[in-house]
Design a protein around this ligand. Sequence first.
Ligand code: GLY
Length: 375
Amino acid sequence: MAVVGCGIIGAAVAWRLSQLGLTVAAFDPAPGDGATHAAAGMLADVTEAEFGEDHLTALNVASAREWPAFAAELSSAAGGADLAFRRTGTLTVAYDSGDRQQLRRLLTLRRGLGLPVEEVSVDEARRLEPLLGPRLAGATWTPDEHQVDPRRVHAALLKVLAGRGVAVVRRRVAELSRSPSGTVDGVLDAAGERHPAGSVVLAAGWASRELAGVPTRPVKGQLLRLDASAQPGFALGRVVRGFVQSRAVYLVPRQDGEVVVGATSEEQPDDRQVTAGGAYAILRDARALIPGIDELPLAELTARARPGSPDNVPMIGESGIPGLLLATGHHRNGILLAPLTASALAARYRAGTAPEWAAAADPRRFAATFTGGPR
Ligand code: GLY
């Protein structure tokens, strides 16, 4: 069984499938160097819930529930690895009155979906996070949201895969190979070597489209990493996200002092370039919410593309092409959706069918575009 792509999705899928006793090999020229490398690690099932995305929200909520057990099992399997998985909650703040209106509309949507979020006064928000800036028009508090460090999770997954004898082949897959009857029966790597496989799971992020006509697209995100480890006065305890004159921004503080600040969302290719304008916009909006970031060393600038799908819902399960399964199109929620994606694929292999809850993510809704071969 071959998994194409070994970011957090491919690696989690490979882990779960190997636990079923399947012989698994994962293919990726640079495992974890795509969207996983950039991701902030907010497990934001509530604060990413948007209008018109109820199916996606239901998947996000289900995967958020799986995270505590997934993190505990992975950490233990990786010899006690610290994944920086913790429940910090999310404070979402509005900068001006227009932003407050936007926040309240989202509050109504999210409460209507039964999600745990409440409006708090500006004073209460400041009690929760004294570093908040002077201009603030409103706030909501989501106490249950967790965060995790995606790079640590990915490193733990690679360690566990190695321990289980799962080969991670550091080569680009150039083509899916197909039998005369059309079944996908392996992959052909960029060095021209063919690797036969009983079936193939395509988990190559936005690049999945290059292999099988899967309708993924790159949605570029630029992020900054600040280093608060030598600044004990900079005590940000929660994820802070917000709207600044209708632009979204977030800050994710980790216990080791890293503060991830993001992100742009651009319909752009994965050029991996941080632009002056992108970095400026993120910093301008983040410091409007938390002015104290001015003092922090800038540790890293990152740009990677998320794997968008036409309806923002991922594609998880049978493609309709014999031998080809998909685990891609996770857009803004790849880290959050990793446990659910891996358990959906494992359930498909165990029981022969996808679990009922995975119906919204059934890739066959886009079957008309799939080619099962290069495009
Ligand atoms: N989930 C946050 C982002 O994609 O920027």
